[in-house]
Design a protein around this ligand. Structure first.
Ligand code: HEM
Length: 414
């Protein structure tokens, strides 16, 4: 199954040139030729005082486990002034952007919520959501091609997370736009105005979840918000702001990346109809297919770390305070680790892509995300075995949190 996004374009370019191209709309749409160009410069590329770029698989693993490379927390965002923005005010109160000891405190508090045993209990929610939105597709398709991102890929995860968090049905779809908007804050910001959409999205989510927390405190239920309110009030392990920020994070992470992954898996499936037919019925193949999609085109391309001291990293000096950009999507195509890395090959063994990170910040929701995708996509493909793209899908203008803006499909005869 050859990949279509790997053609090497121009002769080798310098790191600065390739990096600046990476964050143009064309670069974000298809960054893989640029990763190839950068790969020619080595698995670790010094970018001068501003930082270091890491592309190699082993090198990214080492960086993610190195206690001297920290996530960009409130202290970092205070020095850049980003913390004045409501998006980063909230993000710096969550575990993803906290270092020791706050990170461990928060992870201990909420870690159980998406543990494999809990996830297994939520399987029926994913199946019910997928059946429901699949059934609706048939009625929408009478009007011609439909946007699968809008009608399915985002709806399944928001329905599942909405059920878990106890968000009333009527409110869920309105929160979707705000969720996607907040993820633009993860992109490099060249002008603070670029944070406006993320800030307004965050204001909506913080206000909404804040009022849900107050409501649950008046009358506790069985949902995750109720359990977290009860646990917080009993143990005082989180501040009120941290509690709300954690719930905001569960909503954003619980919806955006799973939705992007559903889009990617469906796209690969429709490009390979013979495999898609097998996917609909073979549970073992679904897991391998999702893993290979995560490797080949992950929902999150870049993670950032900040060095807390001077470091010698594979022979390169990383100065204290400088940034280290870890390109997960390039590491997942490191030819030393993955033979023929551009080829989409579901038969790879012991693949272990880095798409959920590694080390202390390894994705808390990995099992939950995979479960939703592995349940939802076969339900869709069983109902619509002739699903086909009605045109080239378009990406959102984002690289750190990457996914389709729109994917027009025809359902074919079922
Ligand atoms: C396909 C879907 C997903 C992908 C690709 C993904 C990817 C990632 C990655 C790469 C990290 C590491 C961040 C870092 O090291 O800086 C991460 C962390 C995290 N993810 Fe996910 N994620 C997904 C779904 C989810 C879901 C469904 C949830 C929860 C509902 C979730 C919650 C988290 C949390 C809380 C962290 C921070 C963990 C920590 O700092 O200890 N993610 N995710």
């Amino acid at each position: 199954m050859p990949s279509t996004d790997h053609q090497l374009t121009e002769p080798v370019m310098g790191p600065a040139e390739a990096l600046s191209e990476l964050f143009t709309p064309a670069g974000k749409h298809n960054p893989y030729p640029l990763y190839d160009a950068l790969w020619d410069l080595g698995p670790v590329i010094p970018l001068g005082p501003s930082g270091t770029l890491v592309l190699g698989y082993d090198e990214v693993c080492t960086a993610l486990r190195d206690p001297r490379l920290l996530v960009t927390d409130a202290d970092v965002h205070r020095t850049t002034g980003m913390i004045d923005h409501s998006s980063w005010q909230c993000f710096t109160k969550i575990m993803m952007f906290s270092n020791s000891p706050d990170h461990e405190r928060m992870r201990r508090f909420a870690g159980w919520a998406y543990a494999p045993r809990q996830v297994a209990e939520h399987r029926h929610l994913a199946a019910r959501a997928a059946e429901r939105w699949t059934a609706r597709l048939a009625t929408l398709a009478e009007d011609g091609p439909l946007d699968l991102v809008e009608a399915f890929a985002t709806r399944v995860p928001i329905t599942v997370s909405g059920e878990l968090l106890g968000i009333p049905e009527a409110d869920r779809m309105a929160l979707r736009t705000a969720i996607t908007a907040t993820t633009t804050a993860f992109e490099p910001v060249f002008d603070r105005g670029e944070l406006a959409a993320a800030d307004s999205g965050m204001d909506v989510l913080v206000a909404y979840l804040g009022s849900l927390v107050r409501e649950r405190r008046r009358r506790l239920g069985e949902d995750l918000v109720s359990v977290m309110v009860r646990d917080r009030d009993a143990a005082g392990a989180l501040s009120e702001e941290e509690l709300i920020a954690s719930l905001v994070m569960f909503l954003i992470a619980g919806v955006q990346s799973p939705s992007d992954l559903i889009g990617s898996v469906v796209r690969r499936a429709v490009e390979h109809p013979a495999v898609a037919r097998e996917l609909a019925t073979d549970d073992g193949l679904v897991a391998a297919f999702v893993t290979e999609t995560l490797r080949h085109d992950p929902p999150n391309h870049v993670l950032t770390r900040a060095a807390c001291t001077d470091i010698d990293f594979y022979g390169h000096r990383v100065a204290a305070g400088s940034r280290v950009l870890l390109v997960l999507a390039a590491a997942n195509r490191d030819p030393r680790r993955f033979p023929d890395p551009a080829v989409f090959d579901v038969t790879r063994r012991d693949s272990r892509p880095l798409s959920f990170g590694l080390g202390p910040h390894y994705c808390l929701g990995a099992a939950f995300a995979r479960m939703q995708v592995e349940v939802a996509v076969p339900i869709l493909l069983r109902r619509f075995p002739c699903l086909a793209l009605a045109g080239p899908p378009s990406f959102r203008d984002q690289l750190v949190t990457r996914g389709f803006a729109r994917m027009d499909v025809t359902l074919g005869t079922a």
